[in-house]
Design a protein. Structure first.
Ligand SMILES: Cc1ncc(COP(=O)(O)O)c(C=O)c1O
Lengths: 397, 271
């Protein structure tokens, strides 16, 4: 299988466990417990019940009739992860990890968050299972995502402001890892994407594959065939891995991952490590990263807080090098245009993150014949972004 | 690795029946010249081995004090090349301390692991501590360090299972770094009560010296850990001294002297 992982937690040459010794026993415990849980039919049954009753799965597959007509090419479908409870795909992963937390007998969870979607999804799962919850968030993101900060607090979570570095997702991740070093005995770290040390990239992918497993079957049911192209945005890479992995062996399905092109492709102006970065180690795994020549992590920028991250999951690095997935980027402006277009043609306001995937699909669809299919993973809804969108539109005038 | 300053220093300490203080400084904070001055000064005060923290943008194991000093050094334009040059100058001026670089694998990997070891050894470094390269990931790296004549000092945490502790001690060269607390670097007034016993237990399994770090900041805790350990590692307390002097706009000689004074206080009970 193309998405198998080595015993040591490597995808090809990427992955690993580059963490302080203090975290090793927690990671080894997690590896053991996840493997046992994932081989346990009872755990699967409970996870599936949670996905159904709490997340509201399966999410719909939606045909974009008007958008397809406007583009004048391939049929455009959306996998509606925006319809999940809490508004994004993140809930799939947090429900899985919260169940695992209970199974490990731990009583507290921590998480990092950028857009606040993963924080809200973690706070939600923590409330459902009666777990204490602390979410680390950069103060720049707290500013950009005030609504989600309020939601987390309403759900009973403590939001810990992070003042170090650029005060965004990378810095929140550092702080969560530091906190975990001294709390792992009673605390599980619910990492929000397919990043970090083994077993996180594998585990988070597995919890997100419900997206691709459903979408694959829904395409067969609705269209009688698989999509020609699947498009997903890539921050850490979890929604993309979730939809790609179950179709990775369907060789005729092309896959495109869309990173944040930001203001320009100069270092510091974007968050596109797979598009222009190089091999490097960040947050416990070897993958593609944005760094300077000395290995210092570069500054990043994206209009979408959820993509504003200098690293990416190691499995994506492998898919890039085996040419299984094509990675590209779209600019802040292009993402905004796509957001407006989808809102006006289909009545769906996508998250700024997901708008990057929409933008790329709008470039691809017109180049393909009408009998072909482009499937977009619409990872989340745009409600959380409305303040930010308002400000941007005001500036455009 | 016959002529390694770290290994030699521990051999001499052992035959003299002595324990030692291993100070940690952020290399290039507040500037490269001050770090160079500190190295010469503390050598006169009886220090044998010193750790230089290589500033990194995302140090996971470090508390706020060291993080802030890393950021300040990077903002002031410190680069790896400048730090290698500083060590080279220190050696050219006759400096004989055993020098370790504590450096993230992010930096080592980017430079090229083999190239990094060669460059560090060539500059006059004696050993490396790569805190995010745990046993399991260090297998390929250890021979590269050894080939350049560098010690590869590995870390043990209180959370490390017993059999793994012994295996790490076996693989570590120069000494073993025993982390006293499950958490980040930073000053604490007291050590966890189990530290000394855990170090004593570890020493029954290894002949490699064991040094204890994280949270040690006063002469009492230095004496306490050295009941079992071969050395006490102190970091954040020195960075605090430097911060205070920097905040007061003290000239370089004064920063060096303030740091030196704390070194003398901490090393005195071990004389
Ligand atoms: C709606 C949405 N999509 C995508 C992402 C990016 O994460 P990933 O690449 O892991 O899917 C986020 C992150 O916050 C998000 O909220």
């Amino acid at each position: 299988m193309s998405n198998e992982i080595s015993d040591k937690g490597y995808f090809g040459i990427f992955g690993g466990q580059f963490v302080p010794e203090t975290l090793m026993s927690a990671l080894q415990q997690l590896d053991r417990e996840f493997t046992a849980a994932w081989n346990d039919p009872e755990f699967h049954a409970e996870f599936e019940r949670c996905l159904r009753e709490i997340a509201g799965r399966p999410s719909e597959l939606y045909f974009c009739k008007r958008l397809t007509e406007e583009c004048g090419g391939a049929k455009i479908y959306l996998k509606r992860e925006d319809m999940n409870h809490t508004g994004a795909h993140k809930i799939n992963n947090t429900l899985g990890q919260a169940l695992l937390t209970k199974r490990m007998g731990k009583t507290r969870v921590i998480a990092e968050t950028g857009a606040g979607q993963h924080g809200v999804a973690t706070a939600t799962a923590a409330a459902v299972f009666g777990l204490e919850c602390e979410v680390f968030m950069g103060t720049e993101d707290i500013r950009r995502q005030a609504l989600n900060v309020f939601r987390m607090k309403l759900l009973g979570a403590k939001v810990v402001p992070v003042e170090s570095g650029q005060r965004t997702l990378k810095d929140a991740t550092n702080e969560a890892m530091r906190n975990w070093m001294s709390t792992s005995e009673n605390t599980h770290y619910i990492l929000g994407s397919v990043c970090g040390p083994h077993p996180f990239p594998l585990m988070v992918r597995e919890f997100q594959t419900c997206i691709g497993i459903e979408a694959r079957q829904q395409m067969l049911d609705v269209a009688g065939k698989l999509p020609n192209v699947v498009v997903a945005c890539v921050g850490g890479g979890s929604n993309a891995a979730g939809i790609f992995a179950p179709m990775i062996d369907d060789k005729d399905v092309q896959m495109v991952g869309v990173e944040a092109g930001g203001r320009s492709m100069n270092l510091g102006d974007h968050a596109a490590p797979l598009t222009v970065g190089s091999h490097g180690v960040l947050h416990g795994s070897l993958s593609y990263v944005l760094q300077d020549g000395d290995g210092q992590t570069a500054e990043v920028h994206s209009v979408s807080a959820g993509l504003d991250y200098p690293g990416v999951g190691p499995e994506h690095a492998m898919w890039k090098e085996t040419n299984r997935v094509r990675y590209t980027s779209c600019s802040d402006e292009e993402a905004m245009d796509a957001l407006i277009k989808l809102s006006r043609t289909e009545g769906i306001i996508p998250a700024l993150e997901s708008s990057h995937a929409v933008s790329e699909a709008l470039k691809i669809a017109p180049t393909l014949p009408k009998d072909q299919i482009v499937l977009i993973n619409l990872s989340g809804r745009g409600d959380k972004d409305c303040n930010e969108i308002q400000e941007i539109l005001a500036r455009r005038k | 690795m016959k002529d390694n300053r770290i290994i030699n220093a521990f051999a001499e300490l052992k035959s003299a029946g002595k324990k030692t203080l291993l100070p940690f400084f952020t290399a290039g904070y507040p500037d490269v010249e001050t770090t160079g001055g500190i190295l010469h000064d503390i050598e006169k005060r009886g220090v044998k081995i010193c750790e230089l923290g290589i500033p990194f943008s995302d140090p996971i194991a470090d508390g706020p004090t060291i993080q802030a000093s890393y950021s300040a050094a990077l903002d002031a334009g410190v680069t790896l090349q400048k730090l290698f040059d500083m060590v080279r100058s220190y050696r050219a001026e006759g400096g004989q301390l055993g020098l370790l670089m504590m450096v993230s694998y992010s930096i080592v990997f980017r430079y090229g692991a083999e190239k990094f070891c060669i460059a560090a050894a060539d500059a006059g470094v004696d050993g490396l501590i790569v805190p995010d390269l745990p046993m399991g990931e260090a297998e390929a790296f250890a021979p590269l360090a050894e080939a350049s004549g560098l010690c590869n000092v590995m870390l043990i945490a209180p959370t490390t299972p017993e059999d793994r502790k012994v295996e790490i001690a076996k693989q570590s060269t120069g000494f073993v770094y025993y982390i006293s607390v499950s958490g980040i670097t930073g000053e604490r007034t007291k050590l966890p009560p189990e530290t000394v016993a855990a170090v004593a237990e570890l020493k029954t399994h290894t002949d490699t010296p064991v040094c204890v770090g994280f949270g040690i900041s006063n002469p009492e805790t230095v004496v306490e850990v050295c009941k079992a350990a071969d050395g006490a590692i102190v970091g954040s307390a020195f960075i605090h001294r430097i911060n205070d002097a920097v905040a007061a706009n003290a000239p370089r000689e004064e920063i060096v002297a303030n740091v030196g004074q704390l070194v003398s206080e901490l090393i005195a009970p071990l004389a």
